[in-house]
Design a protein around this ligand. Structure first.
Ligand code: G
Ligand code: G
Ligand code: MN
Ligand code: NA
Length: 256
């Protein structure tokens, strides 16, 4: 309960921040974009992990106001970077299943409002949806995704491999990218079965016209293996930790 009350005040008191983790292109050096990741520093200065407060916010319904804040903040920051002449690429936002299911206003409406406020286009954003979010109600989720894709947003499946989505289901959705869960990347060097899974996933994704991004890349060896397997993008501590907007801006300046 204490956490719930704290969370209720977090937005008002500006205790939420977005951090940005670089997403790197095939060659291993160009910045293709960044994933926006929520950080909450509570009254006492303690960092509370999104692994703790997002599930809570989903239970209490606070996910809707937090999710809206994330959309607004990511757009505000993108606008600021553009004005500085920087090219951040796409900013990827994590979307909860509950946001995807909302009707009045719909996620598409909220996004359209934020884009308009900051003079942005749908292609400036990518939306990350977890595999499990799609499995709860595939029919309804499919509807929502089609609406978002028609509006011009890129759609990525997050944590791919941790759920049990079928090829057929994925093929029926207007997706742009598969994010291979870091669980598999972590085991690449040690486990032949996991190597086979990653290899097959990349081949399958290509056949379906989807980009692949490997999450949790921590070593040069993992990067090299994934490059050889034809993976399109990489994200992980080797290439950059989640960082403040200022730090990511500096990185873009160096890269420019
Ligand atoms: O950055 P970190 O590893 O602490 O994130 C932990 C989890 O919290 C990840 O699964 C991530 O997807 C989720 N998360 C981070 N930011 C957001 C957000 O803005 N919205 C939602 N729904 N989940 C988020
Ligand atoms: O579920 P999602 O993919 O949105 O979660 C991303 C989470 O993964 C973030 O909390 C981020 O801090 C974490 N993360 C990012 N890169 C790495 C990495 O290289 N290793 C590990 N262990 N975690 C990472
Ligand atoms: Mn994510
Ligand atoms: Na993920």
């Amino acid at each position: 309960l204490e956490l719930e009350l704290g969370l209720a005040r977090a937005i008002d008191r500006e205790q939420l921040r977005l951090y940005y983790q670089p997403q790197i292109d095939r060659g291993g050096s160009r910045i293709a974009g960044a994933e926006a990741l929520l950080r909450w520093r509570d009254q006492s200065g303690r960092m509370v992990s999104p692994n703790v407060f997002i599930p809570l916010a989903e239970k209490t319904g606070q996910i809707h106001s937090i999710g809206l804040w994330v959309i607004e903040e990511a757009c505000r920051q993108l606008h600021a970077w553009h004005r500085q002449g920087l090219r951040p690429g796409k900013v990827a936002i994590n979307i909860s299943a509950l946001q995807l299911g909302a009707e009045h206003p719909s996620l598409a409406d909220l996004l359209a409002g934020a884009l308009q406020n900051y003079g942005l286009l749908p292609e400036n954003l990518e939306l990350e949806i977890t595999e499990t979010a799609l499995l709860n109600d595939p029919g309804r989720a499919g509807e929502q995704l089609r609406q978002l894709a028609e509006s011009g947003f890129s759609l990525a499946i997050d944590d791919f491999g941790t759920g049990y989505s079928s090829l057929a289901m994925l093929h029926s959705l207007p997706l742009d990218k598969l994010k291979i869960d870091r669980f598999f990347v972590d085991r690449l060097g040690n486990d032949d079965a996991d190597l086979a899974i990653v290899k097959a996933t990349i081949v399958m994704a290509k056949e379906l016209g989807l980009m692949t991004l490997a999450e949790g890349v921590e070593t040069r060896e993992q990067l090299r293996m994934l490059q050889n397997l034809g993976c399109d993008q990489f994200q992980g501590h080797l290439l950059g930790r989640p960082m403040s907007a200022d730090a990511f801006g500096s990185l873009l300046q160096v890269a420019a």
